[in-house]
Design a protein around this ligand. Structure first.
Ligand code: PEP
Ligand code: MG
Length: 459
């Protein structure tokens, strides 16, 4: 048995295909990545050292049973994609590509984070039955897909979805997502294999806005850099990519490139309820620069005879400690906030979100992180700026009452998590959640808070 640190829920049982580092690099240089993924047979368990988010997205189409990865943490982008496509996976399993051989039967237990190589028939049977039970429990949640989102005292809340593409949007609709709280546009740039032009982007954004039929769609501008690179952009190699030239920094440094995306979003806004969200904001000046550019582009579009929503909202992600600390000031420059807990944890705790050795620090319940989230929500409320949470914390039943108790009413989560988030909210009244948070905020340690949460769990 092998142990991993992080997971994507579900149980997968299948036949191993091991993909070592050398084989991956050879595939990348030979340009045969797509061919490899389309050759995988349904029922395969892929065992790899590392896969990029774009490679994991390809697993969606080939019906693999599960995925084991030696590297990666809970909120590494690769793990986020696995979760969003509902693929059972265990991350952070050192030595997996050595311990498992091609053709081995493998059980991927994404519920508990264990991987069983060459299980005996009894264990395989046990897991086949657990898999059935898991599927049953998912079915029980289905009734929450069509319900309104209400807390136990009938307080209204909303469950939006995080999506990468139109297929995720369809999953969001199937699961009862009330809007798109985060459209990560990186996938559009990666899939195209080139920088997508304005028309190509207008088509992609319009399609999503039209599919959502008037419901809100928050399009995040390109969040490139960190653990997401685009080979055709020829970005400089950096020794600290997560602290480097990424997201809005890259966009503002490459204005024509950025303008193409903003123009496309503006044009698509004529056809649906679209907002613009800016990633990795750290200071007011960045936000002002973005808004000035949006203003300038609107005037160009007007001169060229294009329609757009003149009242389009421009908001920012609060995912750096600096943004949270000055959230009262950023609120004056932003139409909305969305708290990105994945990066907020990484930057507050100085712990790379993809590094399993520091996974113990990647916890939303670290008091420093909780204070920043609380401060952000308080500042947003004082300024009358809507605030949501779109990091993985928003989908975690253990963390939802904390966020709700702090005043969050919009949760943006991977489409598969919508019913569970709705059920969790239905179990908590506002006053219970507020009391819960006020107890938690007095505790000085992540371990103490986790223990308290275990004792207070409602499911
Ligand atoms: C986050 O940082 O919490 C977030 C939602 O953005 P991403 O995971 O894409 O970095
Ligand atoms: Mg982020």
């Amino acid at each position: 048995m092998l142990t991993g640190s992080e997971t994507s829920k579900g149980i997968g049982i299948g036949v191993a295909r091991v993909l070592g580092l050398t084989e991956i690099s050879e595939m990348v240089s030979a340009g045969s990545v797509d061919a490899f993924f389309s050759s995988l047979k349904p029922g395969t368990v892929l065992v790899a050292n590392h896969l990029t988010p774009y490679m994991v997205a390809k697993l969606k189409a080939c019906g693999v049973a599960g995925f084991v990865c030696e590297t990666g943490g809970m909120t590494s982008h690769s793990a986020l994609v696995a979760r969003s496509i509902g693929l059972p996976a265990v991350y952070g399993v050192p030595g997996a590509t050595k311990a498992i051989q091609n053709g081995d039967t493998v059980i991927v237990d994404g519920l508990s984070g264990y991987v069983y190589e060459r299980p005996d028939p009894e264990l395989a049977l046990e897991f086949a039955s657990r898999k059935e039970k898991y599927i049953e429990s998912r079915k029980e949640l289905e009734k929450f897909c069509s319900m309104k989102t209400k807390m136990a005292d009938s307080e209204n809340a909303e469950v939006f979805c995080n999506v990468n593409d139109i297929v995720d949007v369809m999953h969001s609709l199937d699961n009862g997502g009330e809007g798109i709280g985060l459209y990560r546009t990186e996938n559009l740039y990666a899939e195209a294999g080139h920088a997508p032009g304005e028309e190509e982007q207008v088509r992609a954004y319009s399609r999503i806005a039209q599919a959502m039929d008037g419901r809100e769609v928050v399009i995040r501008t390109l969040d490139i850099g960190g653990d997401k690179s685009l080979p055709y952009l020829d970005m400089e190699l950096e020794s600290n990519p997560f602290l480097g030239y990424r997201a809005v920094r890259y966009s503002l440094g490459n204005r024509r490139f950025f303008a193409t995306q903003l123009r496309a979003i503006l044009r698509a806004s004529a056809l649906g309820n679209i907002s613009i969200m800016i990633p990795m904001i750290t200071c007011v000046d960045e936000m002002r620069e973005v808004k000035a550019l949006v203003y300038e582009l609107k005037s160009d579009l007007r001169d060229e005879g294009y329609d757009y929503d003149d009242n389009i909202k421009v908001g920012c992600m609060i995912e750096t400690p600096s943004a949270a600390i000055i959230s009262d000031m950023l609120a004056l420059e932003s139409d909305f906030f969305s708290v990105g807990t994945n990066d907020l944890v990484q930057y507050t705790m100085s712990a790379d979100r993809g590094n399993r050795n520091v996974a113990y620090l990647q916890s939303v319940t670290q008091p420093a992180v909780l204070r920043l989230i609380k401060q952000t929500i308080d500042n947003a409320k004082n300024a009358g700026v809507p605030v949501s949470v779109c990091g993985e914390a928003a989908a975690d039943p253990a963390l939802i009452p904390i966020l709700a108790g702090m005043g969050c009413r919009r949760f943006s989560v991977n489409p598969g998590a919508v019913p569970e988030v709705r059920r969790t909210l239905s179990l908590w009244s506002v006053s219970d959640a507020e009391k819960y948070v006020s107890d938690i905020l007095k505790m000085p340690s992540d371990n103490e808070i986790k223990e308290f949460m275990r004792r207070s769990a409602r499911i």
